[in-house]
Design a protein around this ligand. Structure first.
Ligand SMILES: Cc1ncc(COP(=O)(O)O)c(C=O)c1O
Length: 325
């Protein structure tokens, strides 16, 4: 995946040409991982372009910033408007959305307080993260030798750039060993999450996913899948999952903004269930894609339509007016 390198990037309220959107090498974030960020998606639906759970993503950005004592002069509505304005300025129909808050250029030392908190929002095209084929066939993964961060080291609930050093170790090990993804355990040896996705298992008709206390990022897709699964009448338990439950599960799947809903067909070369996408995974994938493709009524209010000129594609209640910045 290479960047198309076009369009404009929002930087502290100004739209800057892609090639000019640079920061100084002495910026604090580069040396000390002092950034928090988001990853959201805008989908081209038949009813117009729509961001999926934009409010929840921007709220999480604010809370990640709060954990790291980073203040930025935008409220939730301001953040959402900034994202929508950036999409509109770039005339994107669909895109991946990457807002980031980071400690910028002032001085270098571990103490970040002296450095400004800067922000940017960039957009690009990003297809199926683990490959289109994996969405149907499932992916082959391994349990990583690296654990997720211990709770009193780096806070997993904050989507901080620093956490992704751990994710990169998990991902590099998996790829080097011939797998497409890794599953990390927490420091107690229980299942945590993938390098950039949350995880669900299905066993005897019940759906399980690790709790926040298992060093996971509180994923917005995870929350959506829990809601959709309950809508479909499934029982969902947020519960500690021992490693061996991965091998004995009927179905395992990843969820995340990038991975969407991707089945896992083998773990450590042990076949999961029947070795292909299972019925519960398929039903939840369908329910999720129906929502993001605007093919079912948006009963949970998860879509924010981007372009006012597309309002006529929808009923009056679903206009972009409420989100206009
Ligand atoms: C470590 C990690 N866990 C889980 C997720 C899934 O979170 P979300 O569904 O909010 O994208 C992500 C993706 O951002 C992630 O990086």
């Amino acid at each position: 995946m290479g960047f198309p390198g076009t369009g404009t990037i929002w930087m502290n309220g100004r739209l800057v040409e892609w090639k000019d959107a640079t920061i100084h090498i002495a910026s604090h974030v580069i040396h000390y991982g002092s950034g928090v960020f988001e990853g959201a998606r805008c989908y081209a639906t038949p009813k117009g372009s729509a961001c999926f759970r934009l409010d929840a993503h921007m709220r999480r950005l604010q809370l990640s910033g709060k954990i790291y004592r980073m203040e930025y002069p935008l409220d939730l509505a301001g953040w959402q408007s900034a994202v929508l304005d950036t999409i509109r300025a770039n005339r994107m129909k669909s895109c991946y959305i990457r807002p980031i808050l980071y400690r910028g250029y002032e001085s270098l030392g571990v103490n970040p307080f002296t450095c400004p908190v800067d922000a940017a929002i960039m957009l690009w095209d990003w297809g199926a993260y683990l490959g289109k084929e994996a969405l149907e066939q499932g992916c082959d993964v391994k349990v990583a030798s690296w654990s997720r961060m211990a709770p009193n080291t780096l806070p997993a609930m904050a989507k901080s750039t620093a956490n992704y050093a751990n994710s990169a170790l998990i991902k590099m090990e998996a790829i080097s060993d011939g797998y497409s993804e890794g599953i990390a355990l927490d420091v107690s040896g229980n299942v945590s999450e993938g390098s950039g996705q949350n995880l669900f298992i299905v066993r005897d008709g019940t759906i399980h996913t690790p709790p926040l206390g298992s060093s996971i990022l509180g994923g917005i897709t995870r929350d959506s899948i829990v809601t959709l699964a309950r809508d479909l009448g499934h029982t969902v338990a947020e519960t500690i999952i021992p490693r061996e439950a991965l091998y004995t599960a009927d179905e395992v799947f990843f969820v995340g903004t990038a991975a969407e809903v991707t089945p896992v067909r083998s773990i450590d070369k042990i076949q999961v269930g029947a070795g292909h996408r299972g019925p519960v995974t398929a039903a939840l994938q369908q329910a999720f894609f129906d929502v993001i493709n605007g093919e079912v009524p948006d009963t949970h209010g998860w879509l924010t339509y981007v372009y006012p000129e597309e309002d006529s594609l929808r009923s009056p209640q679903q206009t972009a007016a409420g989100a206009r910045g």
